[in-house]
Design a protein around this ligand. Structure first.
Ligand code: PLP
Length: 431
């Protein structure tokens, strides 16, 4: 496979872009080599600037549930474009978007649009603090909520201590307000509630994780957190930036049967344009300016381009009675094939899947249910697998700790080709 153009493009890019990329996960740091520069994408296929074509399981990290360049989305963008791209004044598209989000996710009665998932989680946390008049937040090791300061915090030295910054530039004061618990360990949450009684504003989590690979919460864990929040007057924030409108029409909250107080969204609701949103009970959302005292604003928030791409995407998902079944069938077919390969080749590994999100963990363990399990993965082996996949025309995230995404555009042929490529990669790794 010739990737000379990408190599050269990367050398140019690093001159004036930090690390050559505008988001670190795009660099091939954890797998080695240079990122591929993308020329175009249609359906489930993505083409780099050396004209290599790949079956894409990154899907722009989640938004492209319909596949790339979906004609309806493209048409909506073209129509909107001709009427002007931003006015800084209300448009009908924003009301339509809000109505549709509230219809598809009934826990949301009122919703504010922002420009990224990061902005959504930052703002939801501010609102939770404003509403509860408390400062502390509980998050989970391995969950990702964008790059807001309060979330770039790792566990402190003891399980019950305040967190420490994950990045230079985050103050001790900020770290002091973030507590870290263990995913799928309810006791680690209730311990924090006991120790910091009446001080916890919110618990935030990925209700199904994608950012440490796919992990489903146990019933005990997710129900226990809901109850602990209610009992202690803290808000439960589901970060559904990835899972929203992905794992089910109504997101992970529908799948799990849990009603969060606030939900953050992004990715799919922008249909490939920059977007985020947060919403929940009207009583809480009404605290936001201009109704209430909690400030949050945005020059380009709810802009017509993002609204039309997002609306076109959500409308298709909402109006089709078959698309989530179709995603489920395609994803099950793929993952069944991958699991069969592991068995037949005699290769150790675990595959977790929830709807159209899946991760193949390169681990000796039998199950992967928490961050410690995730950390058992052999990232060097993953890096080798990643390169073999790429060479056989399969484009996956360049990191072990990510979800793969199946879209409605993946054909049976694409999926079978992926299964075959996986088998031959596993065989090569085994020899
Ligand atoms: C992607 C993601 C974010 C951040 O969204 P951006 O648009 O990249 O800022 C936050 N939370 C979760 C769960 C995500 O997957």
């Amino acid at each position: 496979m010739n990737t000379n153009n990408s190599k050269q493009a990367f050398q140019e890019a690093v001159k004036h872009i930090p690390g050559g990329v505008n988001s670190p996960v795009r660099a091939f740091k954890s797998v080695g080599g240079n990122p591929l520069f993308i020329q175009s994408a249609t359906g489930a296929k993505i083409t780099d600037i050396d004209q290599n074509e790949y079956i894409d399981y990154v899907g722009s990290w989640g938004p492209m549930i319909l596949g790339h360049s979906h004609p309806t989305v493209t048409q909506a963008l073209q129509n909107t474009l001709l009427s002007g791209t931003s006015f800084g004044a209300p448009t009908l598209l924003e009301t339509e978007m809000a109505n549709l989000i509230c219809e598809m996710m009934p826990s949301i009665e009122s919703v504010r649009m922002v420009n990224s998932g990061t902005e959504a989680t930052m703002s939801a946390l501010r609102l939770a603090r404003g509403y509860t008049k408390r400062d502390l937040v509980i998050k989970f090791e391995g969950c990702y909520h964008g790059h807001g300061d309060s979330f770039l915090i790792k566990a402190g030295s003891g399980a019950l201590t305040f967190g420490t910054p994950n990045s230079p530039g985050i103050t001790k004061g900020t770290a002091h307000d973030t507590l870290t618990a263990e995913y799928n360990n309810l006791q680690s949450v209730t311990n924090l509630f006991d120790k910091y009684k009446d001080q916890i504003a919110a618990v935030i989590l990925e209700p199904v994780t994608g950012n440490m690979g796919v992990i489903k919460p146990t019933d005990e864990f997710i129900n226990g957190i809901r109850k602990a929040c209610t009992d202690n007057g803290a808000l439960l924030i589901f970060d559904e930036v990835m899972t929203g409108f992905r794992v089910a029409k109504g997101g992970a909250q529908q799948l799990l049967g849990i009603t969060p107080d606030l939900t953050t969204m992004g990715k799919i609701i922008g249909g490939g344009l920059p977007v985020g949103a947060y919403g929940g009970k009207k009583e809480i959302m009404d605290l936001l300016a201009p109704n209430g005292p909690v400030y949050q604003a945005g020059t380009l928030s709810g802009n017509p381009m993002a609204m039309s791409a997002g609306l076109a995407t959500l409308q298709i998902l909402n109006e089709s009675s078959t698309c989530y079944d179709e995603l489920e069938q395609k994803s099950a077919f793929l993952v069944d094939g991958l699991e069969r390969n592991l068995k037949e080749v005699g290769f150790p590994g675990v595959i977790n899947r929830v709807g159209s999100m899946f991760t193949l963990f390169f681990t000796q363990q039998k199950t992967v249910n928490n961050f410690i399990d995730v950390m058992s993965c052999d990232t060097d082996l993953f890096a080798e697998y990643f390169k073999l996949s790429l060479e056989s025309g399969i484009y996956t995230a360049p990191s072990q700790f990510e979800a793969g995404f199946v879209s409605l555009a993946h054909t049976q042929e694409d999926l079978q080709q992926t299964i075959d490529a996986n088998k031959s990669a596993l065989q090569q790794l085994n020899s």
